[in-house]
Ligand binder design. Structure first.
Ligand code: PLP
Length: 405
């Protein structure tokens, strides 16, 4: 059974809390995590929710209750995770291009560290030697992911330490007596082809022979979710079987029993999220019919930033005749959510919903055009909870300093 909210539920929420509003469905997150746990039941797998996808404290608490761990890319995400109740040992810190002070602070908080830069590794080794274990983020140079903008493992990527620098890494480890407890790779987002993970895993197994102390291999994320009907998702069941098999063979050959870690972001929360907006105006031009909604890329930037596809439906006129629309926002900039979409006839005042809005939706929102960030609502056990108030006008001035001149 697919966990999904009904149009009636979404309309009720829109009426009660206003629009635009992000709505999250707790049971869907639970279902996605269970799917991963089942798929990887054949290996010693751990899942770290990549919380940059959605960090509302209630979502973090939910994920903690569900028993998943947490992957953080900033010190503030680490602090949010601790505030949400995660034990430090269940948090993994995977920053990129941060100041050493941030790594230092994370170490002080007792979380797992993932280092992706030779210079940081060197500084860490010089300061702490083998007194605190670290994981090393490698770039296996595997081209993967939905498109170039969301791919992180290619040759031009800023992420990770190149596997071709292995000798240099080894020199640092030896001279500083570093304790390396894991190897990590994350090659990008929306990887349809499970062979990419398996090829990456082979590379990691090879490199693991140089690291006798490692306890886990972290394969990052990149699990794709479906965005439209007949769209494919990463086949996590098939991947789980193959990964389990690969680890079994590795164990037979080397006698080493390693854990496998994953960092799903999108996979856990994308489909659990709905973004409900109102059609402000219908505008017929000579070439097209625009629906202008009360939102824009200040609230949901994925279509403009990554050419991401979000299915859009008219939930207040679902029986209306289908017509072709271009859906745009109210921001004074190119602000097109979707071209030439077939949607049930849209009337001014209708509610439209964007699906797959849980990941990188609210999280990437801004106050551009001095517009207010939307409210967030969580539906759990059939109950509706406001988990973030809509911005108020005063929020726009918060932190501004008015000076006399
Ligand atoms: C963003 C990110 C993830 C999550 O990626 P998704 O595509 O949302 O699953 C996992 N690991 C790291 C290091 C990331 O930066």
């Amino acid at each position: 059974m697919l966990e999904q909210l009904t149009n009636a539920q979404l309309i009720e929420i829109a009426n009660e809390f206003g629009t635009p509003v992000y709505v999250y469905h707790a049971e869907k997150i639970e279902q996605q995590l269970a799917e991963l746990q089942q798929a990887f039941a054949g290996c010693k797998a751990k899942f770290f929710y990549a919380c940059k996808a959605l960090t509302n404290i209630n979502i973090l608490k939910l994920v903690n209750q569900l028993g998943a761990n947490l992957d953080c890319v900033s010190i503030n995400e680490v602090k949010l995770g601790l505030k949400a109740g995660f034990d430090a040992k269940r948090i993994l810190f995977t920053p990129n291009c941060v100041d050493f002070a941030e790594i230092d602070e994370a170490k002080g908080l007792g979380v797992n560290l993932n280092i992706d830069n030779i210079s940081i590794l060197e500084q860490f080794g010089n300061r702490y030697g083998n007194s605190y274990p670290v994981c090393i983020r490698l770039n296996p140079h595997i081209m993967a992911g939905g498109n170039y903008k969301i791919s992180t493992g290619h040759i031009d990527s800023k992420f990770g330490i190149s596997i071709h620098q292995l000798r240099h890494i080894e020199r640092i480890i030896k001279s500083a007596n570093l304790h390396v407890n894991g190897l990590h790779m994350h090659t990008g987002s929306e990887i349809k082809d499970i062979e990419v993970f398996l090829r990456g895993l082979e590379v990691m197994f090879d490199i693991a022979t140089h690291f006798p102390q490692i306890e886990f291999i972290d394969l990052g994320s990149g699990f794709k979710v479906p965005y439209q009907q007949d769209d494919v998702a990463t086949d996590v069941r098939a991947l789980g079987e193959k990964v389990a098999e690969a680890f079994k063979v590795y164990e037979q050959e080397t006698g080493r029993k390693l854990e496998v870690w994953f960092e799903p972001g999108k996979y856990l929360v994308s489909e659990a999220g709905y973004f409900v907006v109102k059609a402000n105006v219908i505008k017929q031009t000579t070439a097209t019919v625009f629906v202008g909604v009360n939102s824009g890329f200040n609230h949901l930037i994925r279509p403009m930033f990554y050419d991401a596809f979000h299915r859009i439906e008219n939930i207040s006129n679902p029986q209306g005749p289908e017509r072709i629309y271009t859906v745009v926002g109210n921001i004074c900039e190119t602000d097109t959510f979707a071209w030439d979409r077939k949607i049930n006839e849209v009337r001014e005042g209708d509610y439209l919903v964007f699906y797959n809005a849980g990941a990188y939706g609210f999280e990437m929102s801004s106050n551009f055009n001095s517009r207010l960030k939307p409210a967030e609502v969580l539906v759990k056990d059939g109950k509706t909870h406001l988990i973030r108030k809509r911005d108020a006008f005063e929020d726009l001035l918060k932190n501004q300093v008015e000076v006399a001149f």
